[in-house]
Write a protein that binds this ligand. Structure first.
Ligand SMILES: NC(=O)c1ccc[n+]([C@@H]2O[C@H](COP(=O)([O-])OP(=O)(O)OC[C@H]3O[C@@H](n4cnc5c(N)ncnc54)[C@H](OP(=O)(O)O)[C@@H]3O)[C@@H](O)[C@H]2O)c1
Length: 327
Protein backbone atom coordinates (compact mmCIF):
# COMPACT_ATOMS: atom_id res chain seq x y z
CA UNK A 1 0.00 0.00 0.00
CA UNK A 2 1.15 3.54 -0.72
CA UNK A 3 0.94 6.39 1.84
CA UNK A 4 -2.55 7.45 0.78
CA UNK A 5 -5.27 4.97 -0.05
CA UNK A 6 -6.00 4.13 -3.65
CA UNK A 7 -9.77 4.22 -4.04
CA UNK A 8 -11.97 2.06 -6.23
CA UNK A 9 -15.51 3.15 -7.06
CA UNK A 10 -18.08 0.33 -7.28
CA UNK A 11 -21.09 1.45 -9.35
CA UNK A 12 -21.34 4.48 -11.62
CA UNK A 13 -24.68 6.06 -10.65
CA UNK A 14 -25.70 9.43 -9.27
CA UNK A 15 -24.00 9.38 -5.88
CA UNK A 16 -20.84 7.76 -7.28
CA UNK A 17 -20.46 10.89 -9.41
CA UNK A 18 -20.90 13.20 -6.40
CA UNK A 19 -18.48 11.23 -4.22
CA UNK A 20 -15.79 10.90 -6.88
CA UNK A 21 -16.06 14.58 -7.72
CA UNK A 22 -15.60 15.35 -4.00
CA UNK A 23 -12.55 13.09 -3.78
CA UNK A 24 -11.10 15.40 -6.41
CA UNK A 25 -11.54 18.36 -4.04
CA UNK A 26 -9.08 16.81 -1.56
CA UNK A 27 -6.78 15.34 -4.21
CA UNK A 28 -7.49 11.74 -3.16
CA UNK A 29 -6.24 8.95 -5.40
CA UNK A 30 -9.00 7.28 -7.40
CA UNK A 31 -7.30 4.29 -8.99
CA UNK A 32 -10.15 2.34 -10.54
CA UNK A 33 -13.87 2.11 -11.19
CA UNK A 34 -16.01 -1.01 -11.56
CA UNK A 35 -19.34 -1.21 -13.34
CA UNK A 36 -21.67 -3.96 -14.53
CA UNK A 37 -20.79 -2.81 -18.04
CA UNK A 38 -17.42 -1.92 -19.55
CA UNK A 39 -19.10 0.97 -21.37
CA UNK A 40 -20.21 2.68 -18.15
CA UNK A 41 -16.88 2.02 -16.49
CA UNK A 42 -15.04 3.56 -19.46
CA UNK A 43 -17.30 6.64 -19.52
CA UNK A 44 -16.92 7.17 -15.75
CA UNK A 45 -13.13 6.69 -15.92
CA UNK A 46 -12.90 9.18 -18.79
CA UNK A 47 -15.02 11.74 -16.91
CA UNK A 48 -12.83 11.65 -13.79
CA UNK A 49 -9.44 10.71 -15.28
CA UNK A 50 -9.38 7.33 -13.49
CA UNK A 51 -6.55 5.00 -14.66
CA UNK A 52 -8.42 1.66 -14.66
CA UNK A 53 -11.97 0.85 -15.81
CA UNK A 54 -13.29 -2.60 -14.93
CA UNK A 55 -16.34 -4.11 -16.66
CA UNK A 56 -17.36 -6.04 -13.53
CA UNK A 57 -17.46 -5.54 -9.77
CA UNK A 58 -15.46 -8.78 -9.39
CA UNK A 59 -12.57 -7.37 -11.43
CA UNK A 60 -12.54 -4.20 -9.31
CA UNK A 61 -12.50 -6.23 -6.07
CA UNK A 62 -9.56 -8.27 -7.39
CA UNK A 63 -7.52 -5.25 -8.55
CA UNK A 64 -4.23 -5.35 -6.60
CA UNK A 65 -3.73 -1.61 -7.09
CA UNK A 66 -6.89 -0.73 -5.11
CA UNK A 67 -6.84 -0.40 -1.29
CA UNK A 68 -10.39 0.78 -0.49
CA UNK A 69 -13.69 0.42 -2.30
CA UNK A 70 -16.69 2.75 -2.15
CA UNK A 71 -19.95 0.81 -2.63
CA UNK A 72 -22.58 2.97 -4.32
CA UNK A 73 -25.15 0.52 -5.68
CA UNK A 74 -28.85 0.40 -4.63
CA UNK A 75 -29.28 -0.85 -1.05
CA UNK A 76 -30.27 -4.49 -1.79
CA UNK A 77 -26.79 -5.02 -3.26
CA UNK A 78 -24.73 -3.30 -0.54
CA UNK A 79 -24.10 -6.47 1.48
CA UNK A 80 -23.00 -8.65 -1.44
CA UNK A 81 -20.87 -5.86 -2.92
CA UNK A 82 -19.23 -5.09 0.44
CA UNK A 83 -18.52 -8.80 1.02
CA UNK A 84 -17.00 -9.05 -2.46
CA UNK A 85 -14.71 -6.10 -1.70
CA UNK A 86 -13.70 -7.59 1.67
CA UNK A 87 -12.94 -10.93 -0.01
CA UNK A 88 -10.61 -9.00 -2.29
CA UNK A 89 -8.83 -7.64 0.81
CA UNK A 90 -10.13 -4.09 0.44
CA UNK A 91 -11.31 -1.69 3.11
CA UNK A 92 -14.89 -0.66 2.38
CA UNK A 93 -16.95 2.51 2.59
CA UNK A 94 -20.60 1.47 2.07
CA UNK A 95 -23.34 3.93 1.12
CA UNK A 96 -26.27 4.34 3.49
CA UNK A 97 -28.32 2.42 4.35
CA UNK A 98 -25.35 0.15 5.13
CA UNK A 99 -27.42 -2.88 4.09
CA UNK A 100 -31.09 -3.76 3.63
CA UNK A 101 -31.46 -5.06 7.19
CA UNK A 102 -29.56 -5.73 10.41
CA UNK A 103 -28.80 -9.38 9.63
CA UNK A 104 -26.94 -8.36 6.50
CA UNK A 105 -25.15 -5.61 8.44
CA UNK A 106 -23.94 -8.12 11.03
CA UNK A 107 -22.62 -10.40 8.25
CA UNK A 108 -20.60 -7.59 6.69
CA UNK A 109 -19.17 -6.39 10.02
CA UNK A 110 -18.26 -9.95 11.05
CA UNK A 111 -16.47 -10.53 7.75
CA UNK A 112 -14.54 -7.26 8.10
CA UNK A 113 -13.55 -8.30 11.64
CA UNK A 114 -12.39 -11.69 10.40
CA UNK A 115 -10.34 -10.05 7.66
CA UNK A 116 -8.96 -7.26 9.87
CA UNK A 117 -10.26 -4.66 7.42
CA UNK A 118 -12.05 -1.36 7.99
CA UNK A 119 -15.72 -1.15 7.06
CA UNK A 120 -17.44 2.21 7.45
CA UNK A 121 -21.01 3.30 6.68
CA UNK A 122 -21.03 6.27 4.31
CA UNK A 123 -23.50 8.29 6.38
CA UNK A 124 -21.61 11.34 5.17
CA UNK A 125 -23.47 13.87 7.36
CA UNK A 126 -21.94 12.39 10.53
CA UNK A 127 -18.52 13.55 9.40
CA UNK A 128 -19.42 17.18 8.56
CA UNK A 129 -17.85 20.06 10.53
CA UNK A 130 -21.10 21.46 11.96
CA UNK A 131 -21.85 18.12 13.64
CA UNK A 132 -18.37 18.08 15.20
CA UNK A 133 -19.08 21.51 16.73
CA UNK A 134 -22.58 20.43 17.86
CA UNK A 135 -21.13 17.40 19.69
CA UNK A 136 -18.67 19.70 21.45
CA UNK A 137 -21.39 22.16 22.51
CA UNK A 138 -23.47 19.33 23.95
CA UNK A 139 -20.46 17.84 25.75
CA UNK A 140 -19.72 21.29 27.25
CA UNK A 141 -23.23 21.32 28.78
CA UNK A 142 -24.36 24.48 27.00
CA UNK A 143 -27.79 22.98 26.27
CA UNK A 144 -28.34 21.77 29.85
CA UNK A 145 -30.14 18.46 29.70
CA UNK A 146 -30.76 17.51 26.10
CA UNK A 147 -34.43 16.60 25.91
CA UNK A 148 -35.45 16.14 22.29
CA UNK A 149 -34.55 16.04 18.62
CA UNK A 150 -37.09 17.26 16.07
CA UNK A 151 -35.98 16.61 12.48
CA UNK A 152 -37.32 15.87 9.02
CA UNK A 153 -35.93 14.57 5.76
CA UNK A 154 -38.70 15.20 3.27
CA UNK A 155 -37.79 15.59 -0.39
CA UNK A 156 -39.76 15.94 -3.62
CA UNK A 157 -38.25 13.16 -5.73
CA UNK A 158 -39.28 11.40 -8.96
CA UNK A 159 -42.56 9.47 -8.69
CA UNK A 160 -41.93 7.33 -11.78
CA UNK A 161 -42.83 3.82 -10.54
CA UNK A 162 -39.67 2.44 -12.16
CA UNK A 163 -37.39 4.89 -10.32
CA UNK A 164 -35.11 3.30 -7.69
CA UNK A 165 -36.91 5.18 -4.90
CA UNK A 166 -40.31 3.79 -5.87
CA UNK A 167 -39.18 0.27 -6.76
CA UNK A 168 -39.37 -2.45 -4.04
CA UNK A 169 -36.81 -4.56 -5.96
CA UNK A 170 -34.27 -1.75 -5.54
CA UNK A 171 -35.05 -1.13 -1.86
CA UNK A 172 -37.25 1.91 -2.56
CA UNK A 173 -39.14 4.04 -0.05
CA UNK A 174 -38.53 7.13 2.03
CA UNK A 175 -37.33 5.39 5.18
CA UNK A 176 -34.17 3.63 3.99
CA UNK A 177 -33.11 6.42 1.67
CA UNK A 178 -34.06 9.59 3.58
CA UNK A 179 -35.54 8.65 6.96
CA UNK A 180 -32.27 6.99 7.88
CA UNK A 181 -30.71 10.47 8.23
CA UNK A 182 -32.82 11.63 11.19
CA UNK A 183 -32.76 8.09 12.65
CA UNK A 184 -28.96 8.12 12.48
CA UNK A 185 -28.87 11.63 13.99
CA UNK A 186 -31.02 10.42 16.90
CA UNK A 187 -28.58 7.54 17.41
CA UNK A 188 -25.69 10.02 17.37
CA UNK A 189 -27.34 12.07 20.14
CA UNK A 190 -29.05 9.43 22.27
CA UNK A 191 -27.76 6.01 21.10
CA UNK A 192 -30.15 3.03 21.26
CA UNK A 193 -33.86 3.84 21.63
CA UNK A 194 -35.88 2.08 24.32
CA UNK A 195 -39.15 2.47 22.41
CA UNK A 196 -40.05 2.91 18.74
CA UNK A 197 -43.39 4.00 17.29
CA UNK A 198 -44.00 4.50 13.58
CA UNK A 199 -46.86 5.08 11.19
CA UNK A 200 -46.63 5.24 7.42
CA UNK A 201 -48.46 5.85 4.16
CA UNK A 202 -47.46 3.61 1.20
CA UNK A 203 -46.85 4.55 -2.42
CA UNK A 204 -48.90 2.77 -5.12
CA UNK A 205 -45.80 0.60 -5.65
CA UNK A 206 -45.90 -0.57 -2.03
CA UNK A 207 -42.91 1.19 -0.48
CA UNK A 208 -43.25 3.92 2.18
CA UNK A 209 -44.24 7.33 0.82
CA UNK A 210 -44.09 9.09 4.16
CA UNK A 211 -43.29 7.79 7.60
CA UNK A 212 -43.50 9.41 11.04
CA UNK A 213 -41.32 8.04 13.83
CA UNK A 214 -41.18 8.65 17.57
CA UNK A 215 -38.19 7.27 19.47
CA UNK A 216 -38.09 7.19 23.27
CA UNK A 217 -35.06 6.68 25.52
CA UNK A 218 -34.57 5.19 28.96
CA UNK A 219 -33.46 8.54 30.37
CA UNK A 220 -36.56 10.30 29.03
CA UNK A 221 -35.37 11.93 25.81
CA UNK A 222 -37.55 11.83 22.72
CA UNK A 223 -36.93 12.07 18.98
CA UNK A 224 -39.70 13.20 16.61
CA UNK A 225 -38.76 12.34 13.06
CA UNK A 226 -40.45 12.55 9.68
CA UNK A 227 -39.53 11.43 6.20
CA UNK A 228 -41.26 11.71 2.82
CA UNK A 229 -40.18 11.13 -0.78
CA UNK A 230 -42.71 13.17 -2.75
CA UNK A 231 -43.06 16.38 -0.71
CA UNK A 232 -40.44 18.96 0.18
CA UNK A 233 -40.19 19.61 3.93
CA UNK A 234 -38.27 22.30 5.82
CA UNK A 235 -35.08 20.23 6.09
CA UNK A 236 -34.45 21.56 9.57
CA UNK A 237 -33.37 19.90 12.80
CA UNK A 238 -33.72 21.25 16.32
CA UNK A 239 -32.01 19.84 19.42
CA UNK A 240 -33.98 20.97 22.45
CA UNK A 241 -32.22 21.31 25.81
CA UNK A 242 -33.31 22.70 29.17
CA UNK A 243 -30.84 25.63 28.94
CA UNK A 244 -30.66 26.22 25.19
CA UNK A 245 -31.54 24.73 21.83
CA UNK A 246 -29.65 24.27 18.58
CA UNK A 247 -31.48 25.15 15.37
CA UNK A 248 -29.72 23.70 12.34
CA UNK A 249 -30.50 25.61 9.15
CA UNK A 250 -31.75 23.84 6.03
CA UNK A 251 -30.58 21.50 4.85
CA UNK A 252 -29.44 20.14 8.19
CA UNK A 253 -27.77 16.98 6.82
CA UNK A 254 -25.76 18.97 4.24
CA UNK A 255 -22.88 21.32 5.15
CA UNK A 256 -24.80 24.21 6.74
CA UNK A 257 -24.99 26.68 9.60
CA UNK A 258 -26.65 26.54 13.01
CA UNK A 259 -27.48 28.77 15.96
CA UNK A 260 -27.42 28.06 19.66
CA UNK A 261 -30.41 29.90 21.15
CA UNK A 262 -31.03 30.56 24.82
CA UNK A 263 -34.40 30.20 26.60
CA UNK A 264 -35.09 33.93 26.06
CA UNK A 265 -34.42 33.45 22.32
CA UNK A 266 -31.06 35.26 22.35
CA UNK A 267 -28.48 33.79 20.00
CA UNK A 268 -25.56 32.42 22.01
CA UNK A 269 -23.50 31.16 19.07
CA UNK A 270 -23.69 31.11 15.28
CA UNK A 271 -21.67 28.52 13.38
CA UNK A 272 -21.01 28.48 9.65
CA UNK A 273 -20.29 24.94 8.52
CA UNK A 274 -19.98 25.59 4.81
CA UNK A 275 -17.25 23.59 3.06
CA UNK A 276 -15.74 23.23 -0.37
CA UNK A 277 -17.63 20.80 -2.61
CA UNK A 278 -20.50 18.68 -1.25
CA UNK A 279 -18.58 17.56 1.85
CA UNK A 280 -18.56 13.86 0.99
CA UNK A 281 -14.78 13.67 1.39
CA UNK A 282 -14.84 13.88 5.20
CA UNK A 283 -16.03 10.26 5.43
CA UNK A 284 -13.26 9.18 3.03
CA UNK A 285 -10.70 11.05 5.14
CA UNK A 286 -12.03 9.29 8.24
CA UNK A 287 -11.61 5.87 6.62
CA UNK A 288 -8.10 6.84 5.47
CA UNK A 289 -7.27 8.00 9.04
CA UNK A 290 -8.49 4.70 10.53
CA UNK A 291 -6.32 2.69 8.16
CA UNK A 292 -3.29 4.95 8.62
CA UNK A 293 -3.51 4.83 12.42
CA UNK A 294 -4.28 1.12 12.58
CA UNK A 295 -7.82 1.50 13.95
CA UNK A 296 -10.92 -0.29 12.73
CA UNK A 297 -13.70 1.51 14.64
CA UNK A 298 -14.56 5.15 14.01
CA UNK A 299 -15.62 7.07 17.13
CA UNK A 300 -17.90 9.08 14.84
CA UNK A 301 -19.83 6.05 13.55
CA UNK A 302 -18.97 2.63 14.92
CA UNK A 303 -20.02 -0.69 13.40
CA UNK A 304 -22.07 -1.22 16.59
CA UNK A 305 -24.08 1.92 15.83
CA UNK A 306 -24.38 1.03 12.14
CA UNK A 307 -25.90 -2.35 13.11
CA UNK A 308 -28.07 -0.65 15.76
CA UNK A 309 -29.40 1.84 13.21
CA UNK A 310 -30.33 -1.05 10.91
CA UNK A 311 -32.09 -2.74 13.87
CA UNK A 312 -34.10 0.45 14.46
CA UNK A 313 -35.00 0.60 10.76
CA UNK A 314 -35.98 -3.11 10.87
CA UNK A 315 -38.34 -2.43 13.79
CA UNK A 316 -39.87 0.61 12.05
CA UNK A 317 -40.38 -1.50 8.92
CA UNK A 318 -41.98 -4.29 10.99
CA UNK A 319 -44.42 -1.74 12.46
CA UNK A 320 -45.35 -0.24 9.08
CA UNK A 321 -45.41 -3.58 7.24
CA UNK A 322 -42.60 -2.81 4.78
CA UNK A 323 -40.69 -5.83 3.45
CA UNK A 324 -38.53 -6.22 0.37
CA UNK A 325 -38.60 -9.06 -2.21
CA UNK A 326 -34.93 -9.99 -1.66
CA UNK A 327 -35.41 -10.56 2.11
N1 LIG B 1 -24.94 9.93 0.54
C1 LIG B 1 -25.86 10.50 -0.21
O1 LIG B 1 -26.06 11.71 -0.18
C2 LIG B 1 -26.67 9.65 -1.14
C3 LIG B 1 -27.44 10.25 -2.13
C4 LIG B 1 -28.12 9.43 -3.03
C5 LIG B 1 -28.05 8.07 -2.90
N2 LIG B 1 -27.32 7.50 -1.90
C6 LIG B 1 -27.24 6.03 -1.74
O2 LIG B 1 -26.43 5.53 -2.78
C7 LIG B 1 -26.95 4.32 -3.32
C8 LIG B 1 -27.12 4.50 -4.83
O3 LIG B 1 -27.98 5.58 -5.08
P1 LIG B 1 -27.93 6.40 -6.49
O4 LIG B 1 -28.93 7.48 -6.34
O5 LIG B 1 -26.54 6.73 -6.84
O6 LIG B 1 -28.50 5.27 -7.47
P2 LIG B 1 -28.36 5.22 -9.05
O7 LIG B 1 -28.11 6.56 -9.62
O8 LIG B 1 -29.53 4.44 -9.52
O9 LIG B 1 -27.04 4.36 -9.27
C9 LIG B 1 -26.88 3.09 -8.75
C10 LIG B 1 -25.78 2.36 -9.51
O10 LIG B 1 -25.69 1.05 -8.94
C11 LIG B 1 -25.35 0.12 -9.95
N3 LIG B 1 -26.29 -1.01 -9.92
C12 LIG B 1 -26.00 -2.29 -9.60
N4 LIG B 1 -27.05 -3.07 -9.70
C13 LIG B 1 -28.08 -2.29 -10.11
C14 LIG B 1 -29.44 -2.56 -10.42
N5 LIG B 1 -29.96 -3.79 -10.34
N6 LIG B 1 -30.21 -1.53 -10.80
C15 LIG B 1 -29.72 -0.29 -10.89
N7 LIG B 1 -28.42 0.02 -10.61
C16 LIG B 1 -27.61 -0.98 -10.23
C17 LIG B 1 -25.34 0.87 -11.27
O11 LIG B 1 -24.00 1.10 -11.61
P3 LIG B 1 -23.28 0.28 -12.81
O12 LIG B 1 -24.27 0.30 -13.95
O13 LIG B 1 -22.07 1.05 -13.06
O14 LIG B 1 -23.00 -1.11 -12.34
C18 LIG B 1 -26.03 2.17 -10.99
O15 LIG B 1 -25.53 3.22 -11.75
C19 LIG B 1 -28.25 4.06 -2.57
O16 LIG B 1 -28.03 3.08 -1.58
C20 LIG B 1 -28.60 5.38 -1.92
O17 LIG B 1 -29.23 5.25 -0.65
C21 LIG B 1 -26.62 8.27 -1.03
Amino acid sequence: MTDTLRWGILGTGGIAHSFTSDLGVIGATVQAVGSRTQESADAFAAEFGIPTAHGSYEALAADPDVDAIYVSTPHPFHAENALLALEGGKHVLVEKPFTLNANEARDVVERADAKGLVVLEAMWSRFLPHFARIRQIIADGTLGEVRALIADHDQKLPTDPKHRLQNPDLGGGALLDLGIYPVSFAWDLFDKPASIHAISTPTPTGVDQQTAIILGYETGQQALLHTALDARGPGTAVIVGTEARIEIAPTWYFPTSFEVIGPDDTVLESFDGSVEGRGMYFQAQELERLVREGHRVSPLLSPRQTIGIMETLDEIRAQIGLTYPSE
